[in-house]
Design a protein around this ligand. Structure first.
Ligand SMILES: [Cu+2]
Length: 241
């Protein structure tokens, strides 16, 4: 939008002086791959709660490692881990949403800003007990009986990552990353992430996966520039963890 405005003003011959205080920013985008390809996935024992089992027509497999076409790695949390110290950013007014669908967390991995509201939904018609296990934030234990469809919480301190478990359904597993800035992204089924409108500068970018740990690389972003930063994980990373 800002870039567009600059372009329009330029075309009108109005010069950039009018918008000289606008920082255009740059972007970082990339793909995360798992070079050893898809691995065998364990079948989850959802039958322990017939309500959970009834929500699925097929066997439900573990989502701890999801590798798609072209070795695309899903559910990798990519974020700026260094370089934004001392800068402040508005906390989004929109809450993040953590749903419980068929007794699985959706999304399984998510990022929020410290203090941002998180809306936790329960449309499963069964009891869930949302139980994050933070090391820095305050632990809470939220029982959501089947009639409780929504509850709002927030995590106030930066912490990457906070595991979330359900005390009723042991296979339920999620992770929330809490940051002081909005530059985070989670890879989807094609393994891509995108961080837009970063102030120009040098940063450390970190990619985190729940099984394979973290990898970092340094990137420099210029105004209006776009940087590509890809990450690759492999089975061998398990030993390094
Ligand atoms: Cu549950």
């Amino acid at each position: 939008m800002i870039k567009q405005t600059i372009r329009v003003l330029g075309a009108l011959g109005l010069g950039l002086a009018l918008v000289s205080d606008v920082v255009a920013g740059g972007g970082i985008a990339g793909t995360v791959t798992f070079t050893d390809g898809p691995q065998k996935r364990r079948t989850l024992k959802l039958a322990a709660d017939p309500v959970c089992a009834s929500k699925h027509t097929e066997a439900v497999k573990s989502e701890a490692l999801l590798v798609g076409e072209g070795n695309a790695m899903q559910n990798v949390f990519v974020y700026v881990s260094k370089g934004l110290e001392g800068k402040t950013f508005d906390v989004p007014a929109e809450p993040a949403v953590l749903d419980q669908q068929g007794c699985l967390y959706a999304p399984r991995v998510m990022g929020v800003m410290a203090g941002q509201k998180i809306k936790i939904l329960n449309n499963d018609g069964t009891l869930h007990n949302v139980h994050p296990k933070p090391k820095i934030n305050k632990e809470f234990n939220l029982a959501m009986p089947k009639f409780m469809k929504v509850k709002e919480v927030s995590l106030d301190k930066p912490e990457v990552m906070i595991p979330v478990k359900c005390d009723v359904h042991p296979w339920m597993s999620g992770h929330i990353g809490v940051l002081t800035h909005p530059y985070h992204s989670v890879t989807g089924s094609v393994g891509t992430y995108n961080l837009a409108d970063l102030p120009a500068g040098s940063y450390t970018l970190t990619a985190w996966h729940e099984v394979f740990g973290s990898k970092s690389q340094d990137v420099t972003v210029s105004d209006g520039g776009s940087v590509t930063a890809d990450f690759a994980f492999a089975l061998a990373d398990l030993k390094k963890k």
